[in-house]
Design a protein around this ligand. Structure first.
Ligand code: S3P
Length: 170
């Protein structure tokens, strides 16, 4: 079984994914990290030098390279499900979990984040708030196709595990 973690930048997909993988004794993969290992460039460098279109192609290639992986938790990038056939592909090939958070929570996390995010470069406070509002609204139509919804930071990890076992039992 592959578990795909989906959700907006800053919601904590990587942190939650690592803990979940440990509890399930699954391997953990972070799609952005895999892209960086494969291209030997940072995500920011790829956006800067090669552009977003190229980044999305590599992202697609790396995502699909997980086809034959078993027992893995894969944390995706905030935009991953919104390009090509990715959302349907992940639903067909694994269990998709939407890590859902409020705009305020995301804003707080992103305004304190150390990880460089090319889509947010040089945003003022107001611009960041507006961007989160608009992008989240746009992406929600895709995110809500996930089989499981997990609300962070309100829900405990145990509740996510329960939801996963319920789906696996069906
Ligand atoms: C992106 C999210 C990032 C990374 C890239 C683009 C997006 O991942 O893939 O900067 O389009 O939302 P995180 O969600 O891990 O920050």
């Amino acid at each position: 079984m592959k578990i795909f973690l989906i959700g907006f930048m800053g919601v904590g997909k990587t942190t939650i994914g690592k803990k979940l993988a440990e509890l399930l004794h699954y391997s953990f993969f972070d799609l952005d990290k895999e892209i960086e290992n494969y291209t030997k460039k940072s995500i920011s460098e790829i956006f800067e030098k090669d552009g977003e279109k190229y980044f999305r192609e590599i992202e697609s290639f790396i995502l699909k390279s997980f086809l034959n992986h078993k027992n893995a938790v894969i944390s995706t990038g905030g935009g991953t499900p919104c390009f090509f056939d990715h959302m349907d592909w992940m639903n067909e090939n694994g269990l998709t979990t939407y890590i859902k958070a409020s705009e305020d929570f995301i804003y707080h996390r992103l305004s304190h984040a150390k990880k460089p995010r090319p889509l947010l470069k040089d945003f003022s406070e107001e611009k960041l708030k507006n961007f989160i509002h608009a992008k989240l609204e746009e992406r929600n139509s895709v995110y809500k196709k996930c089989q499981i919804i997990y609300k962070t930071p309100d829900e405990k990890l145990d509740s996510l595990l329960e939801k996963i076992f319920l789906v696996l039992k069906k």
